[in-house]
Design a protein around this ligand. Structure first.
Ligand code: C2E
Ligand code: CA
Ligand code: CA
Length: 385
């Protein structure tokens, strides 16, 4: 017998109603009776045999046992630990998870009602407002996407070497009628948890490509637009083909669009490197975002051979009063230079930042000192002037 298997003899109780749960069981041999107590008497709900699972409900939602399991015929049981079940549930689509929890809650309250109790009597009964809230939020986001109610703003990126040369980073905004402005971080993480990241990323990409064509008409110089790529897009085999089609439709060249990638523990670097190679072969430019804030930055530079690296705000902000940060930035710029990678500093918030970064030979800068995110119309005005 394996270490996760146990034997129980006829008449033994495997678990009792209302006990705290620590595992579920698969019956390999024997029979088990599931019963609940009603008015002092045991009422049999079911009898289970080989291949069936018991006790899984309490493990799923971490509540107390809703029934008693008694061995009717000598049993061999495989123990299923919460660690084998819960991570799978937490990785499941949140809507599926929420429906599962709703079903469990409903089943449990029916059991309690049959026992003459109300759901409120069971303090161990979990609440799922979070899951339900997510379903609502997800529906609203889907509607906002369908009705094109999400806005894109553009933050200027300016050359520190030349007087000309502009880029804009596309950033998503959701001005929600009731919730107010929703942070892109919350919005993106919700979209990533559900299947909405694919349409959302295409929405942003399409808007950026179409707006870029208008920006080019207004500008006298070359310019680029950069869009943020979610780790999910970087494992989506269709994303690049769709992005290409969008460029063709909009009338811009892939070389005018930079794809910003952040490090992610969820994407295998070799897979990401294949994706980046395909993107580069199609003509897109690749940028490593938030450089210096993650865990594998240096490998990203070597492996992905990006066109650009954006140094994270957390490393840039302190350079005005901490020379150790200046040293770190100088070394990053030196290294990027040898690798022929262009450097953009993020979070450039003062003229002192601009001065130091220019002295260090940084190529471009982005931040409130350079410009706050602007609407499409403001960008056109800026370019015309
Ligand atoms: P990010 O890509 O690092 O974008 C820069 C963020 O820093 C933006 O916040 C920008 O408004 C803010 N920022 C710019 N300059 C300064 C500055 O000088 N000081 C300070 N303190 N902050 C500055 P935002 O728009 O809230 O975006 C937050 C993050 O959300 C972005 O970080 C990006 O990771 C993500 N995001 C935004 N739009 C999209 C999108 O369309 N798709 C995806 N996948 N992610 C997006
Ligand atoms: Ca970015
Ligand atoms: Ca960034």
């Amino acid at each position: 017998m394996g270490s996760n298997q146990i034997r129980k003899q006829t008449g033994e109780v495997i678990f009792r109603e209302h006990e705290r749960s620590d595992c579920a069981y698969i019956i390999e041999k024997g029979r088990v009776e599931i019963s609940v107590e009603r008015g002092g008497e045991a009422v049999v709900l079911s009898e289970l045999g080989p291949g069936e699972i018991l006790g899984e409900m309490a493990v799923i939602d971490e509540s107390r046992r809703s029934a008693t399991a008694t061995v009717m015929e000598d049993c061999e049981l495989t123990v299923v630990t919460p660690q084998q079940i819960r991570p799978r549930i937490s990785r499941a689509d949140p809507v599926v998870r929420s429906l599962l929890n709703t079903l469990l809650t409903r089943y449990r309250s029916e059991l309690l009602l049959e026992q003459g109790l109300s759901a409120e009597d069971d303090s161990a009964l979990p609440h799922y407002s979070d899951g339900i809230g997510k379903i609502r939020f997800e529906n609203e986001l889907k509607l906002a996407l369908d009705n094109e109610q999400l806005q894109i703003v553009y933050q200027p990126i300016r050359s520190l070497r030349r007087r000309t040369g502009f880029g804009f980073e596309a950033l998503i905004r959701w001005d929600h009628a009731i919730r107010g402005t929703i942070s892109p971080i919350g919005l993106i993480s919700l979209a990533e948890e559900t299947n909405l990241i694919a349409p959302l990323s295409r929405y942003v990409f399409r808007a950026a490509a179409e707006d870029l064509v208008e920006f080019k008409d207004a500008a006298s110089d070359e310019l680029f637009v950069s869009v943020n790529i979610s780790p999910k897009d970087a494992v989506d085999s269709e994303f690049l083909n769709d992005a290409w089609d969008i460029c063709v439709d909009a009338g811009c060249r892939p070389a005018e669009i930079t794809l910003e990638l952040t490090e992610s523990i969820f994407v295998d670097i070799e897979q990401l490197s294949d994706w980046a190679d395909t993107a580069k072969a199609m003509g897109f430019r690749i940028s490593i975002d938030d450089f210096g804030s993650g865990y594998a930055s240096l490998e990203y530079l070597a492996c992905l051979a990006p066109h650009t690296v954006k140094i994270d705000q957390r490393l840039i902000r302190p350079i005005v009063d901490d020379t150790r940060y200046v040293t770190v930035i100088r070394k990053i710029i030196e290294m990027a230079g040898e690798l022929e990678i262009m450097v953009i500093a993020e979070g450039v918030e003062s003229s002192e930042h601009v001065r130091i970064l220019t002295e260090l030979g940084c190529d471009m800068a982005q931040g409130y000192e350079i410009g706050h995110p602007l609407s499409k119309f403001q960008v056109v005005e800026l370019l015309v002037s």
